[in-house]
Design a binder for this molecule. Structure first.
Ligand code: ATP
Ligand code: MG
Length: 390
C-alpha cells in the first residue's frame, strides 16, 4: 500500500485531475501534476505543478524521482514517455492500457480480440485504403481519426464510398477508423476501479445524452433493463481483466436500436459521465482512483439517490461576462455546482457541471433530469440575451 504523505504523480491537469488532486490531498497525499497549461485546473490545486510538455525529459525525471506512483487523467500521453516512466516508477494504468486507449485502431483490434462486440468498422490507414474502402456493411458511416479525438473532434460523416477519400483528406490523411453510423437507442457507460490485487468495483451504469458530439446530460439509474445493466458491467470488467488494469477505467457503450450492447470506446481514467459520483455515490470516482492506484481497499460504490449531471459548457457564458448568473441554480437545495476554475469560456469548452439529486428511495432520475434541463434552458436563454426558450 502507498500511504499518505506519499507523493502521487498525475499526467494531465484538467478537471478530472483537479478532483483527483482534491481527493488525494484530502487523504493526506501530496500531488504533483504534469501539464503544460499554466492555468491547468489541477495544477492550481496541486502541491507542485510541473509546467512542461508530456515529453519533457526533465519534468518526467522529476516526477519519477518524487512520486510513489504515477497515474493519468488524460490518455494522450506519448508512448515513449509512458514507457520511460514505467521503467522508473509505478505507472498505473500501465503503458499498454494507455497505448490501446489512445488509438482507435489498436482499441478496436484489442476489443475484437477480447471477444467484445463493437460497431462494424474498417481500418483506413492511408489514402489507398480510403480510395478502395469497400465495407461489407451499409453506409452511412463516420470517419474518425485513430488518435487525439475528443468531444467528437476529428470525426466526419461519410455517406458514400467516394466520400471516404474526401473525408480522409479533410482529416489530414492520418490513420483513421471508418465506423458504421448506428441508430442508437441509448448510450451508457460504466466507470470501474480495479485494484492491483485484481479486485474490481463498478459504479452504477450511467445513461448519457450527447449533443453535437459532446456529453450534455448523464442520468443514473440508466433507463435500461436489468439484463443490459448486468451485461454492461460484465463486459467492462472483462475488458479491465484483459488489460490487467490498475486504476479507474471507463467503458462507453452504444445500445443499438435492435437492443445490442456494443462498446464504443474506452478511457483509461475517470470520466465526465462519472461526475455524479461526486455527490450521489458512497465514494467518488476520484477517491476510488486514489484508492486503486495506491493499493488501498476499494470502497463500495452505491448510489445514494437518483441523480443527473449536466455539463456547463462555455456556450452558457454570456459574451463578455466572467460568469453566468447562477443564483437560480443555487437557490435549489438539490443542486450541486462544480466549476473548474478555467479562466476563459469558449463554445464547447467544459467549464463545470451541475449535479441534481433526487431523494433517496426515488425510483428513477426523471425529476433530477428535468430539473437539470430546466436550469440549462434558463442559462441558455440568459446567455443568448433573451429569456428561456426565447
Ligand atoms: P468523447 O471525448 O466525448 O468520448 P469522442 O470524440 O471520443 O468523444 P466518440 O465517443 O467516438 O467520440 O463519439 C462521440 C459521440 O458521437 C458518441 O457518444 C455518439 O453520440 C456519437 N457517435 C459516435 N460514433 C457513432 C456511431 N458509430 N453511430 C452513432 N453515433 C455515434
Ligand atoms: Mg466518446
Amino acid at each position: 500500500m502507498i500511504l499518505p504523505p506519499a507523493t502521487l504523480g498525475l499526467l494531465g491537469g484538467g478537471q478530472l485531475g483537479r478532483y483527483f488532486t482534491v481527493s488525494a490531498r484530502t487523504m493526506g497525499y501530496r500531488v504533483w501534476v504534469l501539464d503544460p497549461d499554466p492555468d491547468s485546473p489541477a495544477g492550481r490545486l496541486a502541491d507542485r505543478h510541473l509546467r512542461a510538455g508530456f515529453d519533457d525529459p526533465d519534468a518526467l525525471a522529476e516526477l519519477a524521482a518524487h512520486a510513489a506512483v504515477v497515474t493519468c487523467e488524460f490518455e494522450n500521453v506519448p508512448a515513449a514517455s509512458a514507457e520511460w516512466l514505467a521503467g522508473r516508477v509505478l505507472l498505473r494504468p500501465d503503458p499498454r492500457a494507455l497505448a490501446i486507449a489512445q488509438d482507435r485502431l489498436a482499441e478496436k483490434r484489442f476489443l475484437e480480440d477480447a471477444g467484445v462486440a463493437v460497431a462494424p468498422w474498417l481500418p483506413v490507414e492511408d489514402i489507398a485504403a480510403a480510395r478502395g474502402a469497400a465495407p461489407d456493411w451499409k453506409l452511412p458511416a463516420i470517419l474518425k481519426t485513430a488518435r487525439l479525438g475528443y468531444d467528437g473532434k476529428g470525426q466526419l460523416p461519410v455517406r458514400t464510398r467516394e466520400g471516404v477519400a474526401r473525408a480522409f483528406s479533410q482529416l489530414g490523411e492520418v490513420p483513421c477508423v471508418l465506423e458504421q453510423r448506428l441508430e442508437l437507442d441509448r448510450e451508457v457507460s460504466v466507470v470501474l476501479a480495479r485494484a492491483p490485487d485484481g479486485g474490481c468495483r463498478c459504479f452504477p451504469v450511467t445513461e448519457n445524452e450527447h449533443r453535437g458530439g459532446i456529453l450534455h446530460l448523464s442520468r443514473v439509474p440508466a433507463r435500461v433493463s436489468g439484463e443490459i445493466r448486468v451485461q454492461a458491467e460484465a463486459v467492462a470488467q472483462h475488458i479491465a481483466e484483459r488489460l490487467d488494469y490498475h486504476g479507474v477505467l471507463t467503458v462507453e457503450f452504444f445500445l443499438s436500436g435492435s437492443g445490442r450492447l456494443l462498446v464504443n470506446e474506452i478511457a483509461p481514467r475517470p470520466h465526465n459521465s462519472g461526475h455524479y459520483t461526486l455527490d450521489a455515490v458512497t465514494v467518488s470516482q476520484f477517491e476510488q482512483q486514489v484508492r486503486a492506484v495506491c493499493g488501498l481497499a476499494l470502497a463500495p460504490a452505491e448510489l445514494v439517490a437518483p441523480a443527473a449531471m449536466l455539463n456547463l459548457l462555455g456556450d452558457l457564458w454570456p459574451v463578455g461576462a466572467s460568469m453566468p448568473d447562477f443564483s437560480r441554480l443555487l437557490s435549489h437545495s438539490r443542486t450541486r455546482l462544480h466549476l473548474y476554475g478555467k479562466p476563459a469560456a469558449r463554445p464547447g469548452r467544459k467549464m463545470g457541471h451541475v449535479n441534481t439529486l433526487g431523494a433517496p428511495g426515488e425510483a428513477d432520475a426523471s425529476r433530477p433530469a428535468r430539473l437539470a434541463e430546466g436550469l440549462w434552458a434558463e442559462l441558455r436563454g440568459a446567455a443568448a440575451g433573451g429569456t428561456a426558450n426565447g
